[in-house]
Design a protein around this ligand. Structure first.
Ligand SMILES: Nc1ncnc2c1ncn2[C@@H]1O[C@H](COP(=O)(O)OP(=O)(O)OP(=O)(O)O)[C@@H](O)[C@H]1O
Ligand SMILES: [Mg+2]
Length: 732
């Protein structure tokens, strides 16, 4: 590689600046390196040269000397040049003066019968005789490669066996080599099988924000092409589990690549802070710089114009992503559309910005205004002009069981048949799992969630480990805190051995956001690595139930400690939770969980807030708000508590199977669907196929029943996560 570099750059002579008053030497011609260099016959070989201007006597000395590059002899061919055309004449260098007188060296005895140098060493030295040691050492110096008889050991044949008699690898017979390869293959296979049984590969799986390798369906690919290649403004929707989020992550990845030279051309936003952090984006309010966005568009315009950064953001944006659009109010949509046209001085819909919007209007509705009913985005006056294509994803991935998917779809549309109602009511039986991992219970409010988790933690003995998040971002701490408030990862995470936890980051194909597990111990990385390499020995010493003061086990643990901290470092590394996760295929995997990062980022890359925290939350209980978008193998819902429209469907549609779902107090009246949403989707697809069997009346609500829909007296318990949303929007 170097010779190539030399090849490329060997023409640009490096001329030191001339000494003051001296004329700049003509720089050597810098020429493009010729495509190929041949070694000419008979022409002068020129080495890679570097001329140094002569400054002063030392410089004069140097000046007359052609320094060749230290690697010059690496590969002559790479350096030799074809110097076609007239030989280059070089200016004759000035005579070096004054003459350099070298010190004369003492003459050496010229005795001709001097013994050959290869014979035993003669004590010759360049220092004058008088400097010689009066009593030369009696013992002759030994030369490492000569043996006692003075024979050169390096020429002796290499021993075929190691001192312990075993053959050197290169001296192995073919059959010995084969046996060794068989042995190695056996070890690797056994290691592979143990990892299949759920042991974690040693290295920590780096968490990924995009979902692990998932092959998009034809429907998903068609939307991806329309957005990324054709630049269409698309709204894609579908029932829970139809792959909207997976597709949105793929679209964001592709668009981030497309605009990687101008990242501020792509704005990644979502209606809620939680959904925004899930896609490393920011909230729509924050992107727009409109605060809560309650004022009329003219006021919002003033607000935006007062902040050049925000105005610039509007002008630079080419593609605006909006995830979980169902919570965006229709009036706000219209105001933003008007702002876009005016700020960008562009009369096209949304000021010419390409919109990529997804969500499910049957799930969480817009946060209702105090003084008026919520207005869906599709009710916005400008929705139909801004959205060129609306595409419905129909293939449900989350639920493999078609009957269960149908039940959920009827619930989504508010058209439950009596059979489906009976089926849901039959799911009130308790769930029994043998691996002491309980179902995660979903509650409408955070207070109920904290109460349930804390109760469970109190029942665990053992020490509490507290992990405090490392936060960074905008300087204004109040603003930063408001954003961090809606991060899934908590500021303080308290864990105990035996705690039920949920992974809140995608690690790989099997360990994803939503995977459920139990904390089995706390360990530093060295000890964890040892426990993987010496699983049996470690398990025997540390398995549960081994009383710590049992001498036998104490000895085993001391031996392991000595092996792990062999260089005497008593200082154990930081302790992290070791969690045994249950995978979707029923197997288990044990990993050590280290801190991961979440951030809320503006299109220009400005980090509003960033959090480093262990990617786990307590998972005996979870709020429906936080469960939005999650896929859960084991889930419990008390429908008697649910009061917000769409929440029942959001809660139950997290489950992947009926076996993993427990529903108590199922009441079809709680299934509240806004008739406008039904009409909107009717236009997308005839929903006749979900009508009940001939003559069966399907359960549904009229518009008035829907408006009355919220259960009396429970509004005050609004999930304070939504309060956080409201607050967060204030931040914007
Ligand atoms: N093309 C695909 N191939 C295989 N699995 C997929 C595919 N797309 C999505 N999935 C899986 O289906 C489940 C649901 O996907 P995703 O969360 O994207 O659905 P969603 O429509 O966003 O659901 P929700 O409305 O609840 O947010 C996930 O477990 C995901 O891994
Ligand atoms: Mg989703």
């Amino acid at each position: 590689m170097f010779s190539k570099a030399v090849q490329q750059y060997s023409y640009s002579g490096i001329n030191a600046p001339p000494a003051a008053g001296k004329k700049q030497q003509q720089p050597l011609q810098t020429r493009p390196s010729p495509p190929n260099l041949q070694k000419p016959s008979g022409t002068t070989k020129r080495k890679f040269e570097r001329t140094i201007s002569n400054t002063g006597s030392l410089g004069a000395l140097h000046g007359s000397t052609q320094f060749l590059n230290e690697n010059d002899f690496d590969d002559d061919a790479a350096i030799d040049l074809t110097v076609n055309g007239p030989a280059v004449t070089y200016p004759t260098l000035p005579k070096v003066s004054p003459e350099i007188i070298y010190p004369s060296l003492p003459s050496q005895p010229t005795d001709t019968n001097r013994p050959p140098s290869s014979s035993a060493p003669v004590p010759w030295s360049s220092s004058p005789p008088e400097h010689h040691h009066p009593h030369p050492p009696s013992k002759r110096r030994t030369v490492p490669w000569l043996d006692k008889q003075g024979n050169d050991k390096s020429l002796a044949p290499f021993p075929s066996k190691k001192p312990d008699g075993s053959p050197y690898p290169w001296n192995k017979t073919a059959s010995a080599m084969k046996a060794e390869q068989r042995e190695l293959r056996k070890i690797n296979n056994s290691r592979a099988t143990t990892s299949k049984q759920g042991d974690m590969p040693d290295e920590k799986p780096a968490a990924v924000t995009a979902l692990p390798k998932i092959f998009l369906s034809e429907e998903q690919k068609a939307i991806l092409t329309a957005v990324v290649d054709e630049g269409k403004s698309i709204f894609f929707t579908g029932s829970a589990g139809t792959g909207k989020s997976v597709l949105m992550r793929s679209i964001i990845n592709k668009l981030r690549n497309k605009y990687n030279k101008e990242p501020d051309r792509l704005a990644v936003t979502a209606s809620t802070g939680l959904a925004a952090v899930n896609i490393d984006g920011t909230t729509l309010h924050s992107f727009a710089g409109i605060g809560l966005g309650k004022e009329p568009a003219t006021e919002l315009l003033k607000k935006i114009r007062r902040t050049p950064k925000t105005r610039q953001r509007w002008i630079r944006t080419k593609v605006l992503i909006i995830d979980e659009v169902s919570m965006i109010d229709g009036d706000l949509f219209d105001k933003l559309e008007q702002v876009a046209r005016i700020i960008r001085n562009n009369g096209s819909p949304f000021g010419g910005i390409q919109l990529v919007v997804t969500g499910d209007f049957f799930q969480l509705p817009p946060v209702p205004e105090k003084d008026r009913a919520a207005k869906f985005s599709f009710d916005a006056a400008t929705w139909n002009t801004c959205i060129e294509h609306t595409i419905l994803l129909t293939h449900v991935f989350r639920q493999k069981d078609a009957t269960f998917a149908e039940m959920l779809n009827q619930m989504r549309l508010g058209r439950l048949t009596p059979a489906s109602i009976r089926a849901f009511q039959s799911l009130s039986r308790p769930l029994n799992f043998t691996d002491n991992l309980e179902a995660t219970e979903l509650f409408p409010t955070r207070a109920e969630v904290d109460y349930a988790n804390n109760n469970k933690m109190k029942m665990l003995s053992g020490e509490t480990m507290t992990y405090t998040a490392e936060d960074s971002g905008v300087m204004d701490l109040a603003v930063r805190e408001r954003i961090l408030k809606y991060f899934m990862a908590p500021k303080e995470l308290q864990l105990k051995k035996g705690a039920q936890v949920m992974l809140i980051k995608n690690f790989d194909q099997n360990l994803v956001n939503g995977s459920l597990g139990k904390v089995v111990r706390f360990s530093d990385l060295e000890m964890f690595a040892y426990s993987k390499e010496h699983a049996e020995e470690f398990d025997a010493a540390y398995r549960d139930g081994r009383s710590p003061d049992d001498a036998q086990f104490r000895k085993m643990r001391e031996k392991i400690h000595a092996a792990v901290y062999k260089n005497g470092t008593s200082g154990r590394g930081k302790l992290f939770p070791v969690v045994c996760f249950q995978l979707s295929d029923g197997s288990f995997r044990e990993i050590i969980v280290q801190p991961e990062e979440w951030k809320s980022e503006l299109p220009n890359g400005e980090i509003q807030a960033k959090r480093q925290q262990i990617p786990l939350i307590l998972a005996w209980a979870l709020s429906i708000h936080k469960a939005q978008g999650q896929t859960l193998e084991r889930v419990k819902v008390d429908l008697g508590r649910v009061f917000e429209k769409g929440q029942a469907y959001v809660a139950l549609s997290r489950a992947t199977t009926q076996q993993g779902l427990q529903v108590t107090r199922f009441d079809a009246k709680k299934v509240m669907v806004h008739p406008k949403v039904v009409t909107f989707y009717d236009q997308l697809v005839s929903i006749s196929h979900v009508q009940g069997k001939k003559g069966e009346r399907v359960q549904g609500l009229s518009a008035s029943e829907y408006e009355k829909g919220s259960v009396e007296g429970r509004e005050e318990e609004y999930d304070d996560d939504d309060e956080a949303e409201r607050l967060m929007q204030e931040f914007a």
